[in-house]
Design a protein around this ligand. Sequence first.
Ligand SMILES: Nc1nc2c(ncn2[C@@H]2O[C@H](COP(=O)(O)OP(=O)(O)OP(=O)(O)O)[C@@H](O)[C@H]2O)c(=O)[nH]1
Ligand SMILES: [Mg+2]
Length: 461
Amino acid sequence: MSPLNALLLCAKVYNDRALYKPDTIYSSFTPVVKSAVIGYRISGPLTLKILSLLTRFKFKNYPGKVFYKSLYDYSDKIIDRCNIVYFKGPKSFTGEDVAEIYIHGSPAIASHLEKSFSKINPIDFRQAKNGEFLYRAMINNKVSLKQSQAINNIIMSENLQEIDYSKKVLFNGDEESELYDLKESAINIYSKIITSIDFIEDESFDLDSIIKDIRLFFQKIQKIIKKNRTVIEQNNILNVMIIGDVNVGKSTIFNKIIGQERAIVTNIKGTTRDVVAENLLLENKIYRIYDTAGYRKKQGRIELLGYKKALLLSKEINHFLIVFNDALSKNDLNRIKKEFNIKNNFSLVLNKSDTHKKTKNNQYIYLNKSINRQKTIKLLKLQNIHHKYIKKSKEILTVNKNEINFLEKLLENGEFILNQQDLLIIQEIFRNIIDEFSENFGYINNEDMLDNVFSSFCIGK
Ligand SMILES: Nc1nc2c(ncn2[C@@H]2O[C@H](COP(=O)(O)OP(=O)(O)OP(=O)(O)O)[C@@H](O)[C@H]2O)c(=O)[nH]1
Ligand SMILES: [Mg+2]
């Protein structure tokens, strides 16, 4: 289950906030892998007690200060010595007492710490569920549901416009989303319907004015969808595929570009059989780099499957790096261009330049495995290629992908409702629309509705 789904589930389970009694939870907030640092977060009423058990130090009087302390396990053995911060609720991420512990990035130390956690008191202190810290932040009014979703989107999205939009919602509030205005309009229309319903028989009753508002409401939705779809479809990821004969060093170049040993490299021909792809963020530009199975006349069965997969994917590729070693004959180049349907969107990369005398051909990019990552990326001119293919959209998002899907569903009601003459049915549909808003984005509560009905439309007051 994604953290967001878990969050929404929590929101349902803990619907009645009055019944919600927090226990204390913990979780790592970094991956637990060999790395520089592994972080743990604790949140809940027992935070201080747990810190004191683990460190023998009273953090109570030092909220927000970083201390370098030893962590002790249940048998007084030192787990690690590390930085620890205590945040006193409500001035914390969740609004509760929170601690953050930054241990050395060793999974063994992490496991030792978690074992010590589990010995404390499994009923009052337990591992957090997905999204539970954010959920607590939400019920303690530190973030809105929309902002919780924005946090999730910032983490999950690879589209820079979408990330910018989520950041705006997170930092400046729900009003940054056009969904917010739509929800206001929906409430206004609904309130207008409710307050009119008793006066259907009246001469002054004006169904046309309500229908006009509804028409404008759906037209606005249409406009928002259209504008934002265009921005999203101007995908800002540059797709680069590395192709060429077997054993020319494609995977070596791939690993170098992405900065990790992702693809297997051996001197056996046909090592790579499947397409391997990784995303790369370079100076605020996103690239998706594909490593592929190499070409040779007699390809093994699986190798051939992988090669065909690369051919199929070639439609989505902006630019190809054609890698070779000694020389690339015109025939071979033509075959490759034909197979992958390449026009002028390619670079010729002569790899293993250390093994042969350097020819001088301006069309080639000369690479070898001892050239460092930064220089390799520079020689391949990846930044220029990005600039050439991906035009940065000047438009900004006012709703994100999920919200567009939501609006498209709402739009399905549009045609039906506009052909309706029965105000009760129109009212029912708008009630559902409002429910959809609150279910999906937590935007609307009964107070919103009541305020509106009783203040701006109440007749006779
Ligand atoms: N001398 C030299 N060897 C290299 C260079 N780049 C790669 N190699 C070696 O060439 C061999 C093949 O490298 P890979 O990166 O696996 O080649 P590939 O094109 O992915 O091969 P397939 O997956 O079989 O198609 C390995 O032994 C590499 O260490 C280089 O610049 N110079
Ligand atoms: Mg390979």
